[in-house]
Design a protein around this ligand. Sequence first.
Ligand code: AP5
Length: 214
Amino acid sequence: MRLVLLGPPGAGKGTQSRRLQNTYNILQLSTGDMLRAEVSSGSELGRKVAEIMDAGKLVSDELIIKMISRRIELDDCKNGFILDGFPRTTPQAEALDKVLSEKNMRLDHVIELMADDEAMVKRITGRYSCTNCGAGYHDAYQQPNNAGTCDKCGGTDFIRRADDTAETVRSRLLAYHKQTAPIVTYYGEKGMLKSIDGMADIDEVTKKLKEIIG
Ligand code: AP5
């Protein structure tokens, strides 16, 4: 099973991908997480990428396409994957079609999570995650059962993303509308797109996704 989850920053792509990967035994591939790993490595490339991400702009198509093409060839993708945050531009969508057809693969579903910009600023600026296991939480919408302790691993250290300030979120939303929204049309014209309401609560969105995926 190969899926693409589309949607603006904060729409719930990461939250839902983490749930779906367990249900369907397929891997979440988040280009944002891959780039953050590069930044954490302290490499020269990581320093350049950090500047772009902190400004809320998109990293070059060339780099991202190379990164994903290599990643989907690895053994742990054999059962399938969920692309979270990729493709994000028309050249990336075209490159994905090419790479998949060269590998005799195809996408099963492209699903858009529709969401309102202002609500996304609130979602993102309230988001944090467990430093140890990466489990995601939110100041208002998704708190740990015991305040200050991760439900999944018991960790007590949490982190917020450097690009989760209100100002950067607004730049990321602009980039989404300008550069990513056209690929919603791209997949729509191919008859591959399904759209669902990303403003519904988290469990409801998961339910709708599962109805589409089957
Ligand atoms: P990336 O990491 O992909 O960030 P993003 O697309 O901006 O999306 P987010 O991770 O912020 O949001 P999400 O939709 O996953 O929401 P989440 O589930 O966390 O990219 C970061 C940067 O990397 C980009 O700006 C760019 O620079 C670069 N980059 C990455 N990919 C690239 C590419 N392909 N090309 C070029 N550059 C690239 O949810 C948010 C919060 O809301 C959470 O706290 C969650 O608990 C809560 N929440 C989720 N769903 C709901 C709900 N239904 N109701 C209430 N709360 C909810």
